[in-house]
Design a protein around this ligand. Structure first.
Ligand SMILES: [Zn+2]
Ligand SMILES: [Zn+2]
Length: 467
């Protein structure tokens, strides 16, 4: 796979009157651009010009996610800004300052855009090899297979310039790439090209021997193999590395962008981390000796826990406790499904059993009229083990249904409610959200006939899936 990298010294100092734009043309077509400077940088924003010279969105130039002074001294590198194609032609630049540092350089990165998504996924491997020899560790463990991962060849990786080294993996690190434009990518090909550009940036600009992260996860939930060498290879991602598998979310989960981890990203992270934790006998909720760091650290930690950095961003970091729980659940019986039909509910008020509507779950359902005396249908499932469960309900839709049917859950005396439109989305499971449920019969889910008169509400079925 052909790739080019070239750096252009900007004319210096760049005369930039406040709020005025300047054009900087690249010496050749490019896909991504990074910036290097020394000292402080005033607010600088860039918009990438496509092949026809039309600008894309404005992106502020921000520090790369993992730079700290002990690594680079006064030298700063920015996060990458990516174009949508591989034939971009230049930049628009604007700043709040009349001059920029003489040291400022644009680093143009040209990569081909991979096109073929199909057939390039690693066959999932069988997990839990380390579990096989474990004995007397209740409860019985469920093997977690490796989720599909897009291989280095799928995104056109360059060969590493060093021999891989290996450490026994004891930890999983959560990162973000701090590249806001990655979160805006709309296709697998764009995401794959972004991974390739990151490898070029890490190898050529930073002088590392390969891409730093072990895995990267794009906003669509696709997992890309990072550092070459296979299972338990030592990456370069948090400054310590030996014993830690670095997983980077592609986006900027912090002010000023405040991206949030997509559901697909979280699901993929849980699968990837659960596979590794199961394989290596890592307790996702625990802490242990991190050899590279030389200290005890949470087994699933954020980059900021071990280095001076904002990574993985406030909004991703805040998700770590729930992600740990989900990984634990995934290893220990995740996927447990509980379905309670209307026959398993208890009722107050006036309800009528019917089997006339299509799209019902099971043999029948019950209905109650709105605008009459209070009527409630309530399910109190027996939860086999505590954990986070996805909650869904099912109804047969119809034009006489309440468009704002009140549903609720009574959790530790706290009532959580939502409304659903039972005129639509019939004959399927409709997800209400995810909640942490204690074991036993302590939580009640209900449907109410509260609301404007003239409609009916349906009580048909409740489903809980352990995440
Ligand atoms: Zn990081
Ligand atoms: Zn993607």
């Amino acid at each position: 796979m052909l790739f080019l990298l070239f750096a252009l010294q900007m004319t210096s100092p760049m005369p930039l009157p406040a709020a005025e734009q300047q054009i900087l043309l690249s010496p050749a077509p490019f896909h991504s651009v990074g910036f290097e400077w020394r000292g402080a940088l005033p607010l600088l924003e860039v918009a990438i010009l496509n092949a026809d010279g039309h600008p894309g969105p404005w992106w502020p130039v921000v520090d790369a996610e993992d730079l700290s002074s002990h690594q680079l001294g006064a030298r700063h590198l920015s996060a990458l800004v990516h174009g949508a194609t591989s034939d971009c032609s230049g930049l628009l630049i604007r700043s709040n300052s009349s001059s920029l540092p003489n040291s400022l350089r644009a680093i143009w990165i040209a990569v081909e855009t991979p096109v073929a998504k199909a057939g390039s996924v690693f066959a999932p491997s069988t997990g839990a090899s380390a579990r096989a020899g474990a004995s007397a560790v209740p409860p019985p463990q469920t093997a977690v297979n490796k989720p599909p991962v897009f291989s280095r060849s799928s995104w056109g990786a360059n060969a590493a310039s060093c021999t891989p080294s290996y450490c026994n993996t004891t930890h999983v690190a959560l990162h973000h790439t701090a590249s806001a434009s990655e979160y805006a990518s709309t296709s697998w090909s764009q995401c794959a090209a972004n991974v390739k550009a990151t490898q070029v940036y890490h190898m050529v600009t930073r002088g590392w021997c390969d891409i730093g992260y072990n895995y990267l996860i794009c906003p669509h939930g696709d997992i890309f193999e990072g550092r070459g060498g296979g299972d338990n290879v030592r990456g370069a991602h948090d400054g310590y590395n030996c014993g830690s598998m670095g997983v980077s979310m592609m986006g900027y989960f912090h002010a000023p962008y405040n991206h949030t981890l997509t559901t697909a990203m979280k699901d993929s992270f849980v699968e990837l981390a659960a596979w590794k934790c199961d394989q290596q006998n890592i307790n996702p909720l625990g802490s242990s000796w991190y050899a590279g760091l030389g200290a005890v650290e949470n087994n699933l930690y954020g980059h900021r826990d071990v280095s001076s950095t904002a990574c993985p961003g406030d909004l991703a970091y805040a998700e770590l406790p729930l992600l740990r729980t989900r990984v634990e659940n995934r290893i220990n019986g995740g996927g447990t499904t509980i379905i309670l039909d209307n026959g398993a509910a208890s009722y107050t008020g006036s309800w009528t059993t019917s089997n006339s509507a299509a799209g019902r779950y099971g043999p029948d359902y019950r209905w109650a009229s709105t605008g009459t005396a209070q009527a409630r249908a309530m399910w109190t499932p027996n939860i086999p083990s505590s954990g986070t469960y996805q909650v869904s309900i099912w109804w047969p839709a119809g034009s006489n249904r309440n468009p704002a049917t009140l549903v609720g859950a009574l959790l530790n005396s706290n009532l959580r409610t939502a409304t659903v439109n039972q005129q639509v989305n019939g004959g399927q499971w409709n997800v209400l959200g995810s909640v942490f449920l204690p074991a036993g019969s302590t939580t009640t889910f209900g449907i109410s006939n509260a609301g404007a008169s003239g409609f009916v509400v349906i009580a048909d079925a409740l489903r809980l899936i352990k995440l």
